[in-house]
Structures are given as structure tokens and as C-alpha cells.
Design a protein around this ligand. Sequence first.
Ligand code: SAH
Length: 565
Amino acid sequence: MSAPLVLMVLSAQGMETALRIRSGYPDAVIHGLEGRVQGADQMFSNFGETLRQQYGNGNPIAALCSAGITIRALATVLDNKGAEPPVLAIADDGSAVVPLLGGTTGVNVLARQLSKILDVLPAITTSGELRFGTCLLNPPAEFHLKNPADGKRFIADLLAGKKVHIEGVAPWLEEARLPVDADGPMHIRITPLDLAPQSNELIFHPKTVVIGLTGEARTEDVRNALAAMNIAHSSVACVAITEAESAKPYFPQIAADLGAPLRIVATDHATAKSLVSAFIEKPVNLTGDDSLAIAIAATPGDIILVGHKRGRLAVIGLGPGDPNFMIPAVKQELQHAEDILGYETYVRMAGSFRSDQTIHMTDNREEMQRARHAFALAASGRSVVMISSGDPGVFAMGAAVVEALHESADPAWHSVDLQILPGVSAAMAAASRSGAPLGHDFCILSLSDNLKPWDIIEKRIALAAEADFAMAFYNPISKPRPWQLPRAIEILRQYRAPETPIVLGRDIGRPAETLRVITLAELTPEQVDMRTVILVGSSLTQSFDRIDGGKWVYTPRWYGTKPTG
Ligand code: SAH
């Protein structure tokens, strides 16, 4: 899964260019400068900080501004040449594409692609690349350069006029304008074998090896088998397993240990040997037995991708609304998703999606049905994101998804890579806006009696009030549930003083946000709706005036008597 291209846009004209780029390069995410740019996927306020953060995350970046601004902004972090992502500057009117950084991670390839979309010539400055039309140090994904450290000298020698002998099959090199000569002193070897490079030699490992596994397996056995055949790990194209065995947790682990993708194949009673044969019509080499087999294809192109990859289901929390309150792991998950499921409001809140992402908007109130739909998609090999607001584990889809898995005996569902990613829940968001009303022990209650009986809710409010917890009420009131909140307030008043601070947070983190601090005596149901979270103070919760006319609220961390000192 390669990282999506980040387009950093500073002006309205830059935005036009960014949209042109994205129409030809859908896997791009537009980040716009706040106040200057409309319609971006994500907003930023500090160019330098955002750029350095994206660079640090390893995302390819195209900044639609001058090369100078871009380089200056990255100057302090430019010390790690090996790992750097491609960085380009693009004139905001789209008239120039300048690759700046990331020679070994494909900046020139990217520059060519983007130039083509913008119909200009890229400003390629790398001499080896200009002469040979390809960057030897940045081969296509299905080849891996074993000894990149030797690359610079190798290219310098070629530039100085030395000839090169190529051994092995690499269509991409055939297209390059290399000075080929069978007797040349320089060597390029394409081989899946784990050989030590000779002097003046570059070794590329092609992804031509398929490993089939059935039954019990350990990474060590696979490593030993590869070592016995002297095969380089980076030549492993995939690890193949059968769908029936896809729930076994050690298979994904072995694939991860080898750094290779897992392919799940729908065949019954397959031996490892028959499994790998499905991938390669004419294997150069095929060894193994029923449980572990290895086959080598002549070229990466000879591997037929049967089966599907391991599906992923991420149940994510968007936070209350403001993208700055969304954790970075959730943002990444949204970018990598192939299918997005959720209520329309939340899907819209999540930002814009690319045309290659499928959105399944749902107003289906049946949570279990939605959860099963998500699993069915993920089990077929898709990357699925299920969206909740706030935190997915707080009155949201998290529990339904895990419950659906619990109820299922389908191994394909259990083999899905399930991840639950947290978010800032409404109570936390509202609490932080008002100070620290949940600073000591507290509990969160939903006042909705749709899924639980009302007498349980009453009992919980009464006991929590008696135990002197601070409280957060979610789903406080709605048209079909008009009397429940008044009853809850009545119970609170039996245990709490009239001056107990109450925080009413409405649409926190959204454009219509309001926050009010009142007392329990002042609380009436008319002040509250479904978009409100109510925070109720404990007996120790304090509030005092703040300079802007509002109030600070906090619950101290001590209890009973205030500690001295
Ligand atoms: N998973 C969500 C809660 C969903 S239940 C979370 O963790 O925040 C829906 C209830 O959450 C609403 O009725 C309201 O009480 C509260 N809520 C959700 N988002 C809110 C927001 N931005 N501001 C105030 N309350 C919110």
C-alpha cells in the first residue's frame, strides 16, 4: 500500500492546478492553506510545519509554490537521504514541475507522470537519469536493488563511458538506454538467488517466488526452505494460503515476517504444491510437499495473481467533527480505504473521497446488519472503513462489529485484519472546552432507552449520583423520547445541590458549536437536543468566571479534604 501523494496548495490558482493533477492522479490528497484555499480535502494553517510532518510520515509531496519556499521549509529535516519520500515543487499555474528530493524513491518517475498531466516538460536534473532514461536506483516495484550503496559509483562509471553486461530478464532495463556490451566490465544481474554482489555489480531481485503454505507452519521453516534454495527474501512475490485456512493467525505473521503480501485462494483440499502451481504456469523450479512449497517464475510478469489479498476492516472514530481532533492513524485509514461505510452525516464529516473509493452511505438503523455488510466486503479482500463519530467504542459501531464477528463461524471473517481506531468522544471534547469537569472519577451514560430498558437507566443515574460520580449524558433527548430527560434531571436533583455545575456542549468541534455552563437548578430539557452532550458535576466540581464572559469548570483530583502543600 503506497502512501498517497500530498498536494500542498497555497493559492486559488494552485487549487485549480491541484484539481487538474488529481483528475489524472486520483490517489492524491489536496491540503489547502486555511483562509486562502477553498474545497481542499484537508486544511492546514502552518505550511512549514505541515510539510515537515508529511515529509516525516514518508508521504510523497508536491508543493504548489516555489522551489525555494519548499526547500527552505524542509531544510531542518534534510539529513536522512536514504529514507526520504519524493518531494517536488510545482509552479502554482502548472507551468513547471521541479523534482527536488527523493531520487531513490521515484521523484523523477512522479515528475514525469505529473508533467504529462499538466502537459509540460519535467525539470529533470539527475544526469544518470537523463542519459539512460531510467533511474537504476529506483527500479519498478517488482524489482528490488540489493546493493543500493554501490549505485552511485556504478552510475558514475557508466557516465564515464564504461559498458555494462546484463544477466537475467528485466523488461524495464531493456527499455533503458544503457551502454550494453556482453564483454563490458560492469555487471547487472537479475536473480532471485541470494548472491553476494561482485565489484562493479548491481544485483536486482525480481519478485518471482511464490510460497505455498497449508496446515501448520512457522516462519523459521519457511526461512530454512528459502535458505536451502538460496532464495533472497525480497524475491518473494507472495505467500499463498487456502481460504479454508485463512483464519489461522500464523499465516499473516509469516507473510509479515517475510515482508510479502498474503494471497488467499479459494481451493479446497489443496496441497502446498498445487497451491503455488495455480500462480505460475511454467515454474522454473518447484519444490516442496503438501505443507510447504516454493516455486519460481521466469519473470515477475509470469505470476498470475489468483485469489485475493487479506481484507481489512477498520472501525474508526472521527472525533467530534474538527479534523484537527482526528488522530493521524484514522486519517491514513480513510486515505487507504477502498470501501467506506457509515451514516451520511458522518461520511460527509470525514471529508472528500476519491473516485476510486466506494461509499456505502447507509441510513440503516440495524447496526448488526451494517456490521455484517462490512465483514462480507472485507472477507472478499477489500479494505473497508466503518465510520463512527467521536469514538467507535462509545455508543457507536465498535461493539456491533465485534459482536458480529463473535456470532460468525466463517473463517473468512475471522481472518480479516480487524482494527478499531479510537477517536475523541463527545464527552472529552466538551469537557476540554470547559476546563476539566471530568477531572476525577466519572461515568458515561446514554439516556436512550431504544436498546435498554428505562428502569436500568434510572437505576444507573441514581447509583452514579449517590456514588458522587461526575457524569456525561449522551443521546439526552429526542422527539420520540420526550419525558426521559426531565425524569433524569429529577433524579439528579435528589442527590446533587442546585448549584452543581452543568456543561451543555452542542455540536462541539463543528461550525455550529456552542458551549454553556449553567447550574443544575437552571437545567431544563428545552436547552438540550440530540446534538448536545450534558456534563454533570460531582459534589466537588467547581466553576468560576473566565475573562471572556464564560465560565471555567473543573473537578479536583483530590477527594474529601484538599491536600496541603
Ligand atoms: N460515538 C460518539 C457518540 C455517539 S452517540 C462519541 O464518542 O462521541 C450520539 C450522542 O453523542 C449525541 O446524542 C450527543 O449526545 C453526543 N455527541 C456526539 N457528537 C457530539 C458533538 N460534536 N457535540 C456534542 N455532543 C455530541
